[in-house]
Write a protein that binds this ligand. Sequence first.
Ligand code: PDD
Length: 282
Amino acid sequence: MARIIYINGDYVAEDQAKVSVFDRGFLFADAIYEVSAVIGGKLVDNDLHLARLERSLNEIFIPMPLQRDEIAQVQRELIARNGLDEGVVYLQVTRGVADRDFGFADDMKPSFIAFTQQKNLVNAASVQNGVAVGIVADSRWARRDIKTTMLLAQVLAKKSVNAGGFHEAWMVEDGFVTEGASSTAFILTGDGVLVTRPNSQAILPGCTRRAVIKIAEDRQLRLEERLFTVEEAFEAAEAFLTSASSLVTPVNRIGDRIIGDGKPGPVTRQLQKIYLELALAD
Ligand code: PDD
């Protein structure tokens, strides 16, 4: 059965979903996207994703194509029409269609597309067993807090580490880990402090990051939002990464350095378990 795609108000079979070659998303990556997890047919942390979508669009002066609750309705409709039990819903809003020109009119009509992707999230081998991450230089632009589709630096970062058998790339700037190519980086220090980089223009404010921090605070875990170096990450007792599509994924190795005993650590397991329980309970 052909997947049903949402495009500018219509639900169509995927081979019928067409965008213009003059869409600025295509020509300039002049576009914002979001990815929400679906588990058991339900959207996870979706209010956070829609709030971030609105913020990202606002930062680059693209109007919301629909109200937040209308977008959520599109997401639910796609889940229903495609019978999606587990996977993701992808949303993309571009500035719209116009002949190629760096300048743009203030009244452009945004393009809005959305589709589902079926994926095992909870039982993915990476989530269950943990992954290795490679280290790369962070070569992105200066506004990483905006979730644009301008992802070439991350595409190439992942490509370069995948060749070495790594699942994800942790990006480094001035000796400090910024984040994963498509995830947030966390470490647990030898004395039990959970550390992740504070939100700023240097990283994407992760929705899963926010949910995990709330869990840690509610459980009175010691938490520090601060910069950490690659060397500190090498010495960590535990490490993990978070994103909508990878949930809480243990990191067993960073570069050639084994983390802890090379298996998912107990604090990581606990956060993973609680995160899933809350996602399923909502
Ligand atoms: N990526 N940092 C970057 C650079 C990301 O691209 C992502 C998500 C995250 C984690 O954010 P969240 O927890 O809100 O998913 C952090 C998505 C999943 C993607 O590009 O497919």
